[in-house]
Design a protein around this ligand. Structure first.
Ligand code: HOZ
Length: 428
């Protein structure tokens, strides 16, 4: 494949955009080379500016669970755009999508829409702090909850990919209120709670982590967090920006039968438009302005285009629960195929998967937290990434990201991918 025009476009972009990209994970810094510029996408495929067709395993970092340019979403956005793109006033559509989301997700009564997952998580901890009248939060090393100050402490995703898990610009005052725990280590969390008795407002977690590769919660870990939170007056926040409306109709709360106090969303809930949301039971949500004292706002929050896209997406997922079974089957098929060919080629690896989130780590040990994720062999990952790209397959340009499988993938696409991985791994 030739990426001449992408390289030219990147050179132009670098002159006027820092690093040539509007979000660091898009740059190819961790793998070398220049990012691919997209012209269009349909279903499971990307078409780039050089005319290459790529099978997409990122899917806009998650939202495109039903494929790119999914027709009901496209139609809904076009129809709404004709009626005006933003009013800064309430619309009936907001209530419709809120009611549907509340009906799909367990244990929530009310939801507020924002414009990104970052905003959703940032607002969720402010609400938790206001509600509990406590300042500190616990987050887990390698989890990423967007780029607001409180979360850029040992963060995963692009923050760790580019070597700044603790970003300059975050003040010491802010950082001291974020306590860091080890993913899948309940004793560690219990010790932190004990050392900060009655000071912790919330524990925030990706209940299936997706920003240090895909890391499943260990058996009993989420329930253990639930119990610790309940007995210590701490709110449990599930960051379901990646997992919400992807791993199950009701997200991880439904999948593992564990209740959170606040849930945050992004990605799928917006159908590919900029949407985030946070939700909780009434008692907590009524603490928000204009009912309560915790302030949170947004000119474009709930804007009609975003709500129309999100509603079309949620309706599709709600009306056809078999989608989640298909996603599970397709991703299990892919995982089994990758396992088979990597073993046949004597590659050292570990595959992690929950539903339609999957990651391949080039290390033989179980990958259960940030420390073990960081042990993966990055040189092999680079060869893997570029080898697959040559074969027309696009995975995230970082070993710290999960792949997001779309229902638009066919079994022919999956077989093609498995064969390509076979071919590429022979060159390691
Ligand atoms: N959480 C996504 C990556 N892990 C966000 C994508 C981005 O940062 O651009």
């Amino acid at each position: 494949m030739i990426y001449k025009r992408s390289s030219q476009l990147f050179a132009e972009a670098e002159k006027v955009i820092p690093g040539g990209v509007n979000s660091p994970v898009r740059a190819f810094k961790a793998v070398g080379g220049t990012p691919i510029f997209v012209k269009s996408a349909k279903g499971a495929y990307l078409l780039d500016e050089d005319g290459n067709k790529l099978i997409d395993y990122i899917n806009s970092w998650g939202p495109m669970v039903l494929g790119h340019a999914y027709q009901p979403v496209v139609d809904a956005v076009i129809e709404k755009a004709k009626l005006g793109t933003s009013f800064g006033m309430p619309t009936e559509l907001e209530t419709e999508i809120a009611a549907l989301a509340v009906s799909m997700v367990p244990n929530i009564d009310k939801i507020r829409f924002v414009n990104s997952g970052t905003e959703a998580c940032m607002s969720a901890i402010r609400l938790a702090r206001g509600f509990t009248k406590r300042d500190k939060i616990i987050k887990f090393a390698g989890c990423y909850h967007g780029h607001s100050d409180s979360f850029l402490i040992q963060a995963g995703s692009g923050a760790v990919t580019f070597g700044s898990p603790n970003s300059p610009g975050v003040t010491e005052g802010t950082a001291k209120d974020t306590l860091l725990a080890k993913y899948n280590d309940l004793d560690n969390v219990a010790t932190l709670i004990e050392a900060n008795k009655n000071e912790i407002a919330a524990i925030i977690i990706e209940p299936v982590a997706g920003n240090m590769g895909c890391i499943p919660p260990a058996e009993g870990f989420l329930q253990g967090l639930r119990d610790l939170c309940t007995s210590n007056g701490i709110l449990l926040i599930f960051d379901e920006v990646m997992t919400g409306f992807r791993l199950a109709r009701g997200g991880v709360q439904e999948l593992f039968n564990v209740n959170a106090d606040i849930v945050t969303f992004g990605k799928v809930i917006g159908g590919g438009l900029p949407v985030g949301a946070f939700a909780a039971r009434e008692e907590i949500m009524n603490y928000l302005a204009p009912l309560g004292p915790v302030y949170q706002a947004g000119t474009l929050s709930g804007n009609p285009l975003a709500m129309a896209a999100g509603l079309a997406m949620l309706k599709a997922l709600n009306n056809e629960p078999a989608i989640f079974d298909r996603l599970e089957e397709k991703t299990a098929y892919l995982a089994a195929g990758i396992d088979r060919v990597l073993k046949a080629n004597n590659v050292i690896f570990t595959i992690n998967r929950v539903g339609s989130m999957i990651s391949v780590h080039f290390d033989e040990n179980p990958v259960v937290d940030f420390q073990t994720a960081a042990k993966g062999d990055n040189e092999t990952f680079k060869k893997f990434f570029h080898g697959l790209l040559k074969e027309g397959i696009y995975i995230a340009p970082s070993a710290y990201e999960t792949w997001f499988i779309t229902d638009a993938l066919t079994y022919e696409d999956l077989d093609y991918t498995i064969n390509a991985i076979d071919k590429v791994s022979k060159t390691f």
